[in-house]
Ligand binder design. Structure first.
Ligand code: AMP
Length: 335
C-alpha cells in the first residue's frame, strides 16, 4: 500500500493534508510531519495542511494553510488520524480528486479511494514514520518533520507509557531522535503550564466526584471555566489529572461548550448551548463502546463523546460504572 500511496503523491502536483477536528498532538504531528517531508522531497509540488485554529501548545508545529475551494478540483487529499468522515476538519476534503486515509483507530470505517489503517499502532505519527522508512531513498527526511512526528508519538503514547507501545514505535522514535530533535523544548511545550491552568488543576483534585464502583469524573461548567480564566481546551486537557486514583480505572472530564443558542431551533434538534464534550479515559476497561452510544467513539481506553443533558450525563456515568464493576470482578488484582 505504501508504494501505491507514493505513486499517487508523485502523480499529483497539489496535495492537501487534512486531520480531525479538535486537534491533538498526534493528528498535528502526522499532518505537519507529512507536509514537511513532502515539501522537502518534492519542492516543485504544492503541499498544504488545512484545519481550524490550533491551541497554543500545538502552534509551533506549523501553520494552517488557507486555500481557495477550487484548489481541490485537481488535488490529492490525504486525511490523517481520523477514523470517521464526520470528524474530518474542513468539509472540502470530499471535493478532492483522489482521497487517501491513513489512520490508527479501532472501528475505522473506509472512506476515500485508498486507505491504510493499523488499529494496533498507538500513534498515527508512528504509521507515517513506518511509511517514510518504507519509502527509503525515494523521500528526503528533515528535522522539522522529525520534530512534528516525534511530538505525535510522544503525546499519543502518553510519553511512551500506554499499553499499545511496541518495539517498532520505540525504534521509530529513535530514528526521529537521530535526526536531531530538541527534546527539552518539546517537553517544555507539554509540561510548562500557566498559573490559571495549574489553579484549575488544584480545583480538579479537590472537587472530582466518583461513582459507587470507581469512575472518577469532573464537570467543567461554563461558570468554572470563566472563574478560572482558562479556555475550554485548557480545561479539557486536565482530564488526566484524575488518572491515577486507586480503585478508579475509568475517569472522565465533561466540558461545557458554551455555544450560543441559535434562533429558530426546531423541536427534536440538539441545542448547541447545552452541548457538553466528554473525554473518557481508562486503565484496562474498554470504554469506546459506551462513547459510541453518546455520539462518539475512539480507542479502547481513550474515547470521546458529546451529550446534551444532565440525564445523559447520569446515564453515561451509570453505564461506565457497570463496566467498572464487571471489570473489577474479572480483574480482582487491578489497581
Ligand atoms: P479526545 O478525548 O477528544 O482526545 O478523544 C479521544 C479519542 O477518541 C481520539 O482518538 C479521538 O479521535 C476519538 N474521538 C473523540 N471524539 C470522538 C467522536 N465524537 N467520534 C469518534 N471518535 C472520537
Amino acid at each position: 500500500m505504501f508504494v501505491e500511496i507514493l505513486n499517487k503523491i508523485k502523480e499529483y502536483n497539489r496535495i492537501i493534508i487534512h486531520r480531525h477536528i479538535r486537534p491533538d498532538g498526534d493528528c498535528m504531528g502526522s499532518q505537519m510531519g507529512l507536509k514537511y517531508l513532502l515539501k522537502n522531497t518534492f519542492p516543485e509540488k504544492e503541499i498544504y495542511a488545512v484545519g481550524d485554529e490550533l491551541p497554543e501548545y500545538l502552534s509551533e508545529l506549523g501553520e494552517v494553510d488557507n486555500i481557495p475551494d477550487d484548489y481541490y478540483n485537481d488535488a490529492l487529499v490525504i486525511v490523517v488520524d481520523t477514523s470517521v468522515d464526520k470528524r474530518i476538519c474542513d468539509d472540502r476534503w470530499m471535493t478532492g480528486k483522489c482521497i487517501i486515509k491513513i489512520d490508527h483507530h479501532d472501528d475505522s470505517p473506509e472512506f476515500g479511494n485508498m486507505s491504510y489503517v493499523d488499529e494496533k499502532s498507538p500513534a498515527c505519527s508512528s504509521i507515517i514514520v513506518r511509511m517514510i522508512k518504507a519509502w527509503g531513498t525515494e523521500v528526503k527526511m528533515c528535522k522539522k518533520a522529525a520534530y512534528a512526528l516525534y511530538f505525535g508519538i510522544v503525546t499519543d503514547t502518553g510519553r511512551f507509557r500506554y499499553r499499545g507501545l511496541t518495539s517498532e514505535v520505540l525504534n521509530n522514535a529513535g530514528y526521529l531522535l537521530d535526526l536531531g530533535i530538541d527534546v527539552d523544548s518539546l517537553y517544555n511545550k507539554l509540561y510548562i503550564d500557566d498559573v490559571a491552568t495549574l489553579k484549575l488543576q488544584g480545583f480538579v483534585l479537590n472537587n472530582f466526584k466518583t461513582t459507587p464502583n470507581g469512575v472518577a469524573y469532573i464537570h467543567f461548567t461554563k461558570k468554572i471555566i470563566k472563574k478560572f480564566g482558562v479556555t475550554k481546551d485548557e480545561a479539557a486537557n486536565l482530564v488526566n489529572s484524575i488518572s491515577t486514583i486507586k480503585g478508579h480505572p475509568v475517569w472522565v472530564a465533561f466540558v461545557d461548550q458554551g455555544y450560543e443558542k441559535p434562533k429558530g431551533l426546531k423541536k427534536g434538534e440538539f441545542d448547541p448551548s447545552k452541548e457538553v464534550r466528554v473525554r473518557l479515559r481508562s486503565r484496562g476497561v474498554e470504554i469506546n463502546g459506551v462513547a459510541s452510544k453518546y455520539r462518539g467513539g475512539g480507542h479502547l481506553q481513550a474515547a470521546g463523546a458529546t451529550i446534551y443533558s444532565k440525564q445523559e450525563m447520569a446515564s453515561l456515568l451509570n453505564e461506565l460504572d457497570i463496566l467498572v464493576e464487571k471489570y473489577k470482578k474479572e480483574h480482582p488484582d487491578a489497581l
